[in-house]
Design a binder for this molecule. Structure first.
Ligand SMILES: Nc1ncnc2c1ncn2[C@@H]1O[C@H](COP(=O)(O)OP(=O)(O)OP(=O)(O)O)[C@@H](O)[C@H]1O
Ligand SMILES: [Mg+2]
Length: 335
């Protein structure tokens, strides 16, 4: 079967500051030099696939590019380079502005981090869930009402709450409304960007269970973004670990946990209470390097890596296969 989603060499680079365009032009004329414009490499040459019905977890620390990748995949922002193929169609060529009006908008849906922020305070729960059905499928009347009620029931949202506004709902109820809105148009791919991190711990577990059940019932694929490697282990078939815009490791969840190849993955596992990665725990110190103008000939993890050697400072690591579906970008990967 062909993959549902194929991502090849996806890259997002932000050109930073340097004043206004006119200011830069003037400076160039006066000094006869081309002013350097810093470039922030938020996502850099990322490739992976998602199969139908599969859930892929995406982990990595704050600022490594998870949300930037998500906004490109759900076509809310345009890539700098690379290809996104959905059901075999190249959707990266469609400008983000136009993508909202294509049929694929309903087939790729997203749930963002904060249900408190992402709900319009002037819309009732009913209207929130109905919005994509009205806009994307021109549904109305009895059919719309039936679809909204059916979707609410699926996510465990009582009928009596559908007339309420967001401020009249609990955090868990708001999360359910948000999920209902995303699954109402029956997407094939649901992208979840830290869907529970704004919720109380007790509610988090309930919502994670709901998401797991919905995927099985509806046969959707997930890209599940999380800080929490433990959550990803429980919910995902495969895991992708990102570090400073690059893929550090990718493989079946079980293999990545039991035989992590990259020292950064081992550090993430070491941070899970009670976990013991093979080869002993790895504790990280300091902060990641800057994502601005990174050295193309160095490993991004070098300097913070506990096993890094001179080679890592002068040669970017190749992709090293560790198993049929498992690989890592490290010169000194544990095999
Ligand atoms: N519009 C923008 N302009 C310039 N830089 C940006 C922009 N959006 C994000 N960045 C930078 O891109 C990098 C990746 O940010 P991103 O939000 O994707 O990280 P993240 O992995 O989602 O982090 P978190 O776990 O905190 O949500 C960061 O260095 C961030 O500062
Ligand atoms: Mg983010």
């Amino acid at each position: 079967m062909a993959p549902l989603l194929e991502v090849e060499h996806l890259t997002k680079i932000y050109s930073l500051g340097g004043g206004t365009k006119a200011g830069r032009w003037l400076k160039q004329r006066l000094t006869n030099t081309v002013p350097h414009q810093p470039r922030l490499h938020a996502v850099d040459d990322v490739s992976f696939t998602i199969e139908p019905g599969e859930s892929l977890g995406l982990v990595g620390e704050s600022g490594c590019g998870k949300s930037t990748l998500v906004t490109m995949l759900v076509r809310l922002s345009d890539p700098t380079a690379g290809v996104i193929r959905f059901e075999g169609r190249d959707i990266s060529a469609i400008p983000a502005k136009r993508f909202g009006r294509t049929a694929d908008r309903g087939r790729i849906q997203v749930v963002f981090q904060d249900p408190h922020e992402s709900l319009n305070p002037r819309h009732t729960a009913f209207d929130v869930i109905a919005e994509p059905l009205r806009r994307l499928q021109a549904m109305n009347g009895k059919a719309l009402e039936a679809k909204v009620r059916e979707t609410a029931e699926r996510v465990g949202l009582p009928d009596t709450l559908l007339g309420r506004f967001p401020h009249q709902l609990s955090g868990g109820q708001k999360a359910r409304v948000n999920i209902a809105r995303a699954i109402a148009p029956e997407p094939r791919l649901l992208v979840l960007d830290e869907p529970t991190s704004a919720l109380d711990v007790s509610v988090q577990a309930v919502i994670l269970k709901l998401l797991d059940r919905l995927r099985r019932e509806l046969g959707m694929s997930y890209l599940f973004v999380s800080h929490d490697l433990n959550v990803v282990r429980l919910l995902c078939d495969r895991v992708m670990v990102m570090y400073l815009g690059r893929v550090a490791e990718l493989g079946p969840a079980h293999d990545v946990f039991t035989e992590p190849g990259h020292p950064y993955t081992r550090a993430l596992i070491s941070a899970i209470p009670g976990a013991a990665p093979p080869g002993g725990p790895v504790r990280l110190e300091g902060d990641p390097k800057s994502p601005i103008d990174p050295d193309p000939n160095a490993c991004r993890f070098h300097g913070r890596c506990p096993i890094g050697k001179e080679l890592c400072a002068g040669t970017a690591p190749p992709w090293v296969p560790l198993g049929p579906a498992h690989g890592t970008a490290c010169h000194f990967a544990r095999r």
